[in-house]
Design a protein around this ligand. Structure first.
Ligand code: PNS
Length: 165
C-alpha cells in the first residue's frame, strides 16, 4: 500500500495540478493533496478553505484522493499522514533548483520518505497559478488554464478586490 502526498499552494488549482493528480492516482494506492496554509514567499489569494473546496470539487470523481490542509513542515505532515512518498510536478529547468533543494532537505530531515517527480504534460508546461492570477487580474479569460470552479472563484475574488470588471 503506497500513500503519497502531493503538496502545494494550489492558489488556485490549475489543469496542470489536476493532470499531476490524475497521473499520480494511477501509480499510488492513496493520494493526499496537501494544501499549505501559508507560503513564505507568496501571499495566497484564496484562503486555505477556499483552496481545499476547489480541489475537492474537481477531484470528487477520483477514487482514493483526499484533500488535507497542513501547516508547518511538509515532512512532518507527510510523517503524520504515514506517507511513503511526496510527489512534485516538474515543469521546466527553472523548477529544478528549488525542487532539488526541497527534496534533499526533506530527505535529510526524514530519509524514509522519498520525493518523486512527475514531469508536467507538455500542454501544461507553461502554466502556473501565478500566471493565471495575473491573467484574471486584468480580466483575461482563464478557462483554458483552470477548471471551471477555479475560473469562477477567480472572477469573484477579482471583483471583490476591484481588480477587474
Ligand atoms: O505550490 P508550491 O507553492 O510550489 O508549493 C510549495 C510547498 C507548499 C510544497 C512548499 O513551500 C512546502 O513544502 N512548504 C511547507 C514548509 C516546508 O516544509 N518547506 C520546505 C523545507 S525544505
Amino acid at each position: 500500500m503506497i500513500t503519497a502526498i502531493y503538496p502545494g499552494s494550489f492558489d488556485p488549482i490549475t489543469f496542470g495540478h489536476l493532470d499531476i493528480i490524475k497521473r499520480s492516482v494511477r501509480v499510488v494506492d492513496e493520494l493526499i493533496v496537501g494544501v499549505v496554509f501559508s507560503h513564505n514567499a507568496k501571499n495566497a489569494l484564496f484562503s486555505v478553505d477556499e483552496r481545499v473546496r476547489m480541489i475537492e470539487e474537481v477531484t470528487k470523481d477520483l477514487e482514493h484522493v483526499k484533500v488535507v490542509p497542513f501547516r508547518g513542515l511538509l515532512i512532518d505532515f507527510a510523517k503524520d499522514m504515514k506517507a511513503d512518498v511526496i510527489i512534485r510536478g516538474l515543469r521546466a529547468i527553472t523548477d529544478f533548483e528549488y525542487e532539488l533543494q526541497m527534496s534533499q532537505t526533506n530527505h535529510r530531515l526524514h530519509a524514509e520518505i522519498e520525493t518523486m517527480f512527475l514531469t508536467t504534460s507538455v500542454e501544461y508546461s507553461y502554466l502556473s497559478s501565478s500566471v493565471v492570477k495575473e491573467v484574471a487580474k486584468f480580466g483575461g479569460d482563464v478557462s483554458q488554464f483552470v477548471p471551471e470552479i477555479s475560473a469562477m472563484e477567480l472572477r469573484k475574488k477579482m471583483k471583490q478586490k476591484g481588480e477587474c470588471k
